[in-house]
Design a protein. Structure first.
Length: 485
């Protein structure tokens, strides 16, 4: 009996391998470095991230399939890979204070962030539902651990346990959906499922619709869409702030990459069938997210509900089902990453040791105490509210215009009304910073060079994407064009 060793396209697999080796290298060096020298683990992680980004940029315009054609590396997946790596790099930078202040174990922390990023990359490249599930689990398991990294705090333990239990249910829904679609199409490959569904007779099989429904539930959980959002505010509030920043930007981007892969390719023939439930899902997500955020005093919890509302805006673009709609999702996710990571950098700068639930009152008079920090936070709040001249405004403009072109005018009107509600709680932060007197006992900002770099990059990018969005928009359009063929 002869053994056949499958050939591996090393060029296509290189980004995944480099990131994996970097994470394993961090764990290895962590065993031998003294406490004083463990700061170099972050530099090793950043080096691996930058090297992976260089490999991805050099491959733009080329399409490869690796791991038995279960992973596809095209411009669409490369766009998302670069976004995930950017989020990981900024997370490393904002984590410096958290890691030192809360005495978080550096090696495990940085390695878990990279392993979660690897899971995101697999989800964005998945050409097979089994690989999608593996990527989801590779993302989720490190996040379960990271959510409970502050083992001495009950809220962090509660966050990890709640995320684990509900995440397991969501994974089960997704896996059952995959099983139903396999039972109908006889394959888990996305292109073969699409070919099967292109025949009208396939629509008569109830397994198809059970499978689509269960897949939608599993992905809606990761997106944080209503009514699958109940875990999100508690988990985001209880997790370490740097982990919340990573989750709020990275998890949503990975889930939308998977949603676009599955529903934008394999399930395209049934577009008319899943439009109605997604219409309702988008409206509920925007409405509940914005209304619930109005009453929050914890700024982390407010941003958690805000992230639910933003998932609703992105679903509006997804409903359009057009190249412009998908491009607007890619553009908005980039803006979303910068403005949220920037806002959490401000939260971390103001946080005191053991204080993982900063309230709005902690920002009173920040404009007088630290004008630069207050200016950055104001830019992020304006962008989240969708006000010009920020990237958030341009992102919503692209989303709403794509939906109008697809004749979803009524939904766009409702989305604009929901966005107007959000202006109140975002501007409330600005009012507290600039129109209230500083109070006694408020924490003084503690800066590290890493946080200053993050704030500069996030503020500059948020304004640049609002004033000069053409470059990023063109890149998003080209990436979607390669995806849609």
């Amino acid at each position: 009996m002869s053994l056949s060793i499958p050939q591996l396209d090393w060029g296509g697999a290189a980004p995944f391998l480099v990131l994996t080796l970097t994470a394993l290298g961090i764990l290895l060096f962590d065993l031998f470095l003294s406490v004083r020298h463990k700061v170099w683990l972050m530099h090793l992680g950043l080096t691996g991230v930058l090297l992976t980004m260089a490999l991805l940029v050099s491959g733009f315009g080329d399409q490869k399939r690796v791991v038995g054609e279960m992973l596809i590396l095209d411009d669409f997946s490369r766009f998302f890979h670069l976004l995930f790596l950017l989020i990981a790099a900024l997370t490393f930078l904002v984590s410096v204070k958290d890691v030192e202040q809360e005495r978080i174990h550096r090696g495990e922390y940085y390695a878990l962030v990279l392993f979660a990023t690897l899971g995101m990359m697999v989800m964005a490249s998945a050409a097979d539902l089994i690989m999608l599930f593996l990527g989801l689990e590779a993302l989720s398991i490190p996040l379960y651990i990271l959510s409970g990294f502050l083992r001495g705090q009950l809220t962090s333990n509660e966050s990890a346990l709640k995320y684990l239990l509900l995440g397991a249910f969501a994974s089960a829904f997704l896996l059952y959906g995959i099983a139903f679609l396999y039972g109908s199409a006889g394959s888990t490959r996305l292109d073969r499922i699409a070919a099967h569904l292109s025949h009208g007779a396939a629509w008569e099989n109830p397994l198809v619709f059970f499978g689509i429904g269960l897949l939608l539930v599993g992905l809606a959980f990761k997106i944080g869409a209503v009514p699958f959002h109940m875990w999100l505010p508690d988990v985001y509030e209880g997790a370490p702030t740097s982990v919340t920043a990573f989750m709020i930007a990275g998890t949503k981007a990975a889930a939308f990459a998977a949603l676009l892969r599955v529903f934008g390719t394999a399930l395209t023939p049934l577009h008319a069938e899943w439009v109605a439930p997604l219409w309702i899902l988008a409206l509920l997500t925007m409405g509940v997210g914005n209304v619930a955020a109005l009453t929050q005093q914890s700024i982390k919890r407010m941003l958690a509900y805000s992230s639910i509302a933003h998932a609703g805006y992105l679903l509006v673009a997804f409903l359009a089902g057009s190249s412009r709609g998908f491009s607007s999702i890619l553009f908005y996710l980039v803006v979303y990453a910068f403005m949220n990571l920037g806002a959490f950098a401000v939260i971390i700068a103001l946080a005191r040791q053991g204080e993982e639930r900063p309230t709005l009152s902690a920002y009173a008079g920040l404009g007088f105490r630290h004008p630069v920090l207050a200016f950055s936070m104001a830019v992020f709040m304006f962008s989240l509210a969708g006000l010009p001249p920020t990237g958030g405004f341009m992102g919503k403009f692209y989303i709403f215009s794509a939906a109008v072109e697809a004749n979803y005018v009524g939904l766009v009107v409702l989305a604009v009304l929901c966005s107007l509600i959000s202006v109140f709680f975002y501007l409330r932060v600005v009012v507290v910073m600039y129109m209230e007197e500083p109070r006694e006992g408020q924490p003084n900002p503690v800066f590290s060079p890493a946080i200053l770099i993050t704030l500069f990059l996030a503020t500059t990018a948020t304004l640049q994407l609002g004033l000069l969005p053409a470059g990023m928009w063109d890149l998003a359009v080209r990436s979607v064009r390669s995806f849609l063929g």
